[in-house]
Design a protein around this ligand. Structure first.
Ligand SMILES: Cc1cc2nc3c(=O)[nH]c(=O)nc-3n(C[C@H](O)[C@H](O)[C@H](O)COP(=O)(O)OP(=O)(O)OC[C@H]3O[C@@H](n4cnc5c(N)ncnc54)[C@H](O)[C@@H]3O)c2cc1C
Length: 360
């Protein structure tokens, strides 16, 4: 990592991997570095569902998903359960069920070899304004127990919900939940391929179960304070509702997840520091679907870079290009208000609107 990079991207999830790929494609003259903190021992905690909006983004980019990334079974509907009401409804869905770790590795494999990829965690970032009017960022990166440095003219935070880049340069007061997800052995549990669980007695967000080849996931997003107790309390209520015990989990994982509440929670960055994906707050407030926004914002930022490297121009172009994305995500703020209100949700579920009847 000698010399200075034009752009350093921190975080190798869908946003960072796609941005690095698109920058290498659209701006071949730039010297690029992607700092990727994900490891097989510390994979991204995720349901691994690829929503129609994300499928559309890949279609626009001319990409299709290799079948080796898919996980059995595929999903045709969601069983929505309200534990307080004791009510179940079914809604048609068009998600692809994937292995999320394999998906992230596939995205990294799409990056042209002209961009450098470094496995490590960015621990600290310093900004220096040089006498010649240039800006230089120095990143301390922890890799295999050693700290190495990288220098950059532009910095992009693609480092997810707990973004160090966002915290360092813009502060981060956006609401976060702790997402806790357990994997259980596939057994005789009477759960469909995908279910969405609401339980106002243990939290104001939603939980889910998703069947995978190597076990089924039960996860949910809870207030950071008392998150684990709420998760266990909800699990006991789900078990009582289903009339079965889920048993001992094979694995328990947790991470933060962003829950934007107002338009100003979406932050594109400014000047020489830009944000993409969940670091920018680009995630659906109603469903936590974030892959489509990560890929979309990454592509739009690469386009903004391709149109010129003047500091104000990139910021302004990126802001303009993400207008439709931010508008869509503002719509999800409204949807969250409806879905997470026990009274409104109860009205919708009782009405049966858009739900379908099952024959068995
Ligand atoms: C439990 C859970 C389930 C979810 N399920 C779904 C789903 O089914 N479908 C869906 O579309 N969305 C889902 N989401 C949301 C989705 O995972 C994210 O919104 C999406 O992954 C955001 O992509 P990203 O690239 O912005 O960030 P991330 O995917 O979070 O990637 C950030 C990357 O940056 C790396 N990183 C972080 N800090 C540093 C650092 N300091 N230095 C170097 N690297 C760093 C991380 O290791 C990670 O690889 C879920 C989220 C959670 C928490």
């Amino acid at each position: 990592m000698e010399g200075i990079y034009d752009v350093v991207v921190v975080g190798g999830g869908p946003a960072g991997a796609m941005l690095t790929r698109e920058l290498a494609r659209l701006c071949p003259h730039l010297r690029l570095l992607l700092v990727d903190g994900q490891t097989k021992r510390n994979p991204k905690v995720c349901g691994g569902l690829l929503a129609p909006d994300a499928q559309k983004m890949f279609a626009k980019l001319g990409l299709t998903l290799p079948t080796s990334l898919l996980s059995d079974p595929q999903i045709f509907d969601v069983e929505t359960i309200d534990l307080r009401l004791g009510m179940v409804r079914y809604y048609q869905r068009h998600y692809l069920n994937m292995d999320r770790y394999a998906f992230d590795r596939w995205l990294i494999s799409l990056i042209p070899s002209s961009a450098e990829i470094f496995a490590g965690r960015c621990m600290e970032i310093r900004r220096e304004d040089l006498p010649d009017g240039e800006t230089e960022f120095t990143l301390d990166i922890l890799s295999e127990g050693k700290t190495v440095q990288a220098k950059a003219r532009w910095l992009v935070g693609a480092d997810g919900a707990n973004s160090r880049v966002r915290k360092t340069f813009f502060g981060d007061r956006v609401k976060k939940y702790i997402a806790i997800q357990q994997t259980f052995p596939n057994g005789d549990i009477p759960l469909p391929p995908y279910s969405c669980i609401f339980d106002p007695d243990t939290g104001d967000s939603c939980s889910w179960t998703i069947r995978k080849e190597d076990g089924f996931l039960y996860g949910g997003a809870f207030d950071v304070k008392h998150g684990r107790e709420r998760f266990e309390a909800q699990k006991a209520r789900l078990e009582a509702f289903l009339g079965v015990r889920l048993g001992e989990p094979l694995k328990t994982e947790a991470c933060l997840v962003t829950s934007p509440r107002r338009a100003k929670d979406f932050c594109n960055g400014r000047g020489r520091v830009l944000l993409v994906g969940e670091a920018a707050g680009f995630i659906s407030a109603s469903s936590f679907e974030g892959i489509s926004s990560a890929v979309c914002s990454a592509h739009l930022l690469a386009e903004a870079f391709a149109e010129g490297l003047a500091e104000d121009r990139v910021t302004a172009l990126y802001r303009r290009k993400t207008r439709a994305l931010r508008r869509k995500l503002c719509g999800k703020l409204w949807k969250r208000g409806i879905l997470c209100s026990p009274i409104l949700r109860s009205c919708i579920m009782k009405s049966g609107i858009q739900s379908m009847k099952k024959y068995h």
